[in-house]
Design a protein around this ligand. Structure first.
Ligand code: NAP
Length: 346
């Protein structure tokens, strides 16, 4: 008889309120059983994404809402413990939406078996967390955003916001591998030191203590060729004023304005796109499923050659999961934030 610990949504955070322990209930119940065509999975690692705030907030979001009382939705890596499905055997590793719980029952179908839904890991690596971070959504978003949308080329200047976050820290390293000059914007001196000293970014700007406009004038006298934007808002507006001729602005996310209360304003400096014949383009990683393998192979190659640090920031224990998610909005994470729920199998 197994027991299943779960985090269930108690109440929705109001606009401006960071989700935390008070919004969830920690429940313990009898573990689930897999029926015909189903697979029972033990959660090993859970990932985080700013989008999860949208799953539970009162604001409009492009994602389906988790119902009050429902298990919090979240993607993870798990190991199969019981299978009634031909494609899975006990011991197989997979990634899927497992939820914030120890055990999940999944129902693989022809439609649901894909890299961003239910995916058996055919070349598993250790630690398994790599399949959520560098070799998962964070790595693929950094890779396609920078190289496919941003078209970063050797010798160009790349600026990245939330540069010490999951996607930002990987994007900066990929830009260095691509031969670019890289400037990161992030929220503490400690993060600035980390990205320049350990990740080899060329320069860093602490947006909380420094004037981004003045620092960009100093650090990017020839202008910014690629701006990879994770935060939107005032930072986006300021960087728009520093674009080089034919620059590319990659809209990956807008965490600074996502769940703020009150009206949202657009970037007044968008006019510089015309002056500099520049381009601003949003992208969504789900549009890259067909080419996912390209990113995974290149990232795996760089990882095995010691050219890229996976920048994992792991909490330990399912009971910490609300705080694990909150760290993205408090800015206390460094790298790809995840939670280790159970040890990897031998
Ligand atoms: N386009 C896509 O397909 C796609 C896919 C996944 C994620 N995303 C987006 O990519 C971005 C990065 O996601 P991630 O998972 O890697 O998260 P992350 O960057 O690891 O975590 C969030 C970071 O954002 C910064 N931040 C938080 N609140 C902020 C604020 N009010 N103003 C400025 N910075 C703030 C914090 O760093 P500081 O200390 O520097 O403030 C924090 O560490 C997010 O915008 C996310 O929505 C896009």
């Amino acid at each position: 008889m197994i027991t299943n610990r779960q985090w269930r949504l108690r109440r929705r955070p109001e606009p401006g309120e960071i989700p935390g322990t008070g919004h969830f209930d920690f429940a313990v119940e009898a573990g689930p059983k897999a029926g015909a065509g189903q697979v029972l999975v033990r959660t090993l690692v859970l990932g985080t994404s700013p989008a999860q705030r949208g799953y539970i907030s009162t604001s409009r979001s492009m994602h389906d809402k988790v119902p009050v009382g429902g298990v919090m939705r979240g993607r993870g890596v798990g190991v199969v413990v019981d299978s009634h499905h031909d494609a899975f055997a006990p011991g197989d590793l997979l990634t899927a939406s497992l939820g914030w719980q120890d055990y999940a029952v999944i129902t693989p179908t022809a439609e649901s078996m894909s890299i961003m839904n239910i995916a058996r890991l055919t070349r598993p690596v250790k630690p398994s967390s790599l399949h959520l971070g560098l070799l998962g959504g964070a790595g693929a978003t950094a890779y396609f955003g920078l190289l496919d949308v941003g078209l970063a080329k050797p010798g160009e200047t790349v600026v990245i916001s939330a540069a010490a976050g999951g996607i930002g820290s990987l994007t900066g390293q990929i830009a260095k591998i691509a031969g670019c000059r890289v400037v990161g914007i992030c929220g503490s001196d400690e993060k600035c030191t980390w990205i320049t000293r350990d990740l080899k970014f060329d320069a860093a700007i602490n947006y909380r203590t420094q004037d981004i406009d003045a620092r960009l004038r100093e650090l990017c006298p020839g202008g910014v060729d690629v701006y990879f934007d994770n935060v939107g808002g005032d930072t986006l507006n300021t960087v728009l004023d520093h674009l080089a001729r034919r620059a590319r602005v990659v809209i990956c996310g807008w965490i600074s304005t996502d769940y703020a209360s009150g009206p949202q304003t657009g970037p007044a400096n968008y006019k510089n796109l015309l002056r500099q014949r520049a381009r601003m383009e949003g992208f969504y990683i789900f549009d890259y499923l067909a080419r996912w393998g390209d990113a995974e192979s290149r990232l795996r190659e760089w990882y095995e050659a010691g050219r890229i640090d996976p920048c994992e920031d792991l909490d330990d224990g399912l009971e910490k999961m609300p705080e694990t998610l909150a760290s993205l909005f408090k800015g206390t994470n460094k790298g790809v934030k995840m939670n280790r729920v159970a040890p990897d199998p031998e």
